[in-house]
Design a protein around this ligand. Structure first.
Ligand code: PEP
Length: 255
């Protein structure tokens, strides 16, 4: 049984004080919901404040949006896995499509970061997904298979034991255009099958695969009822505390 996981990717939004007032409302609205794992993923500058606020909150975890593939040293502007661990960060998003398209992160870069995350005992959320051109060209499976193979290269089943995958069709991110539950399910089933081929059946059966791309309170249930969708990575709707809590509650109804 895979526990559903809903993550709030705040991107470059929310100062420390904004994060604090978000949590006042969100934690109240969340109540004692424990059937779903929730991850808050603020910008680096708000990690410590959110970490402090979540320290006595069961079931809500802290994540980071990115990390360096290096351990330490002369890498101006970078943040290491050990630095994140010290703030009680549990998860790290790797290879988000904005990192890939705006900052040139390739599967090889994502792979190096993934090795570093595993070494730092951070749980990676590895993002993959096709562009609209790739979908229109009928290349969805080819693109997803290549991203999985490249991003997960050189890791053992044991090392990716705690990893989460996020299927985020690029054309659905921040556009208001969601994949239909059937389109998403089809991609998730393919991803699970590919994980089975790259590792083994136990790993693929255990692997949680989130959907991401314009998830809102009103489309959550239909997506979460699909058999291979194990949660969501939420951008825009995670900035509004009540909407995000509603997404978690809608997910719990499908758990
Ligand atoms: C994201 O950035 O991971 C995302 C899914 O964004 P949105 O929910 O705004 O489409």
């Amino acid at each position: 049984m895979r526990k559903k996981i809903i993550a709030a990717n705040w991107k470059m939004n929310m100062t420390q004080s904004e994060a604090s007032s978000f949590l006042d409302t969100f934690l109240r609205e969340l109540g004692d919901e424990k059937t779903v794992e929730v991850v808050i993923v603020p910008a680096f500058t708000a990690l410590s404040k959110v970490s402090e606020r979540l320290s006595n909150t069961q079931g809500v975890r802290l994540g980071a949006q990115n990390m360096s593939a290096e351990k330490s040293g002369a890498f101006t502007g970078e943040v290491s896995g050990a630095m994140l661990r010290e703030l009680f960060v549990r998860y790290v998003i790797l290879g988000h499509s904005e990192r890939r398209s705006l900052y040139g992160e390739t599967d090889a870069v994502v792979n190096r970061k993934l090795h570093a995350a595993v070494e730092a005992t951070l749980k990676p959320i590895v993002c993959i997904g096709e562009t609209l051109e790739q979908r229109d060209a009928g290349d969805v499976e080819k693109v997803l298979a290549a991203q999985l193979k490249g991003s997960l290269a050189g890791l053992t089943a044991k090392e990716i034991h705690d990893a989460v995958l996020a299927y985020e069709p690029v054309w659905a991110i921040g556009t208001g255009r969601t994949a239909t539950p059937e389109q998403a399910q089809e991609a998730h089933a393919f991803i699970r099958k590919t994980v089975g081929e790259l590792f083994d059946e136990t790993t693929s059966a255990k692997m949680r695969i989130q959907y991401g791309g314009s998830v809102k309170p009103n489309n959550t249930e239909a997506l979460m009822r699909q058999p291979d969708i194990d949660g969501a990575l939420v951008g825009g709707a995670s900035l509004e505390a009540r909407a995000f809590a509603e997404i978690v509650h809608a997910t719990a109804r499908c758990a």
